[in-house]
Design a protein around this ligand. Structure first.
Ligand code: PNS
Length: 162
C-alpha cells in the first residue's frame, strides 16, 4: 500500500522553511499532501485561495506533492484519506511541547496515522510566517525567507493597507 502523508498547516504564507520540509518529506513518502487549514476564527493575512496559490507557485517540479485544504479535526481528514503519516517540522526545542501535545492528542483520537517530525535545516530554524509578516509590514527585507511570489503578493497586500 502506498505511504501517503499529510503536511498540515496554516501556511500564511508558506516560508522557505516549510518548503525545505516538503522537499525532504516528499523523498520519504510515496505521496505528500500539503493541506491548508481552513480556520475562519484565526485572522490570516491571506485567504485560503491565496495561500493555496502561493503554495503552488512556491513548490514546482515535485511530482508526488499535491495541495488541498481541510477544516475540522486533522484526524478526521487522515481517516477519510487513509493517511499513513502527519508530517510536522521541528525548528527548536520551543516547538517541541506544542508539537508533542498535538501528536499525542491526535494519536489518542485516531491511532492509525503516525506523526513524523522533520527537524528543519539550521538556516531556517528561526523562521516563521508570523515573523516574516511582521518584518514585511515594517518594510524589512524578506528575500530568501519566502518564495519570490509570496514576497510579491505580500507587497501587493501591504500596499493596499490590508
Ligand atoms: O501551521 P500551524 O498553524 O502550526 O498548524 C497547526 C495545525 C493546522 C496543524 C493544527 O492547528 C491542526 O491540526 N488544526 C486542525 C484542528 C485539529 O485537529 N485540532 C486538534 C489538534 S491536536
Amino acid at each position: 500500500m502506498a505511504k501517503i502523508a499529510v503536511y498540515p498547516g496554516s501556511f500564511d504564507p508558506i516560508t522557505n522553511g516549510h518548503i525545505d520540509v516538503i522537499k525532504r518529506a516528499s523523498k520519504v513518502f510515496d505521496h505528500l499532501i500539503v493541506a491548508v487549514l481552513v480556520n475562519d476564527s484565526k485572522k490570516s493575512l491571506f485567504s485560503l485561495e491565496e495561500r493555496l496559490d502561493i503554495l503552488k507557485h512556491g513548490i514546482d517540479n515535485l511530482d508526488n506533492v499535491s495541495f488541498d485544504s481541510f477544516s475540522g479535526l486533522l484526524v478526521d481528514y487522515c481517516k477519510e484519506k487513509q493517511l499513513s503519516a502527519i508530517v510536522r517540522g521541528l525548528r527548536a526545542i520551543s516547538d517541541f511541547e506544542y508539537e508533542l501535545q498535538m501528536a499525542q492528542m491526535n494519536r489518542q483520537l485516531y491511532d492509525k496515522t503516525e506523526t513524523v517530525f522533520f527537524t528543519t535545516s539550521e538556516k531556517y530554524s528561526y523562521l516563521s510566517s508570523s515573523l516574516v509578516k511582521e518584518v514585511a509590514k515594517f518594510g524589512g527585507k524578506i528575500d530568501g525567507l519566502v518564495p519570490d511570489y509570496a514576497i510579491m503578493k505580500m507587497k501587493e497586500k501591504l500596499s493596499r493597507g490590508e
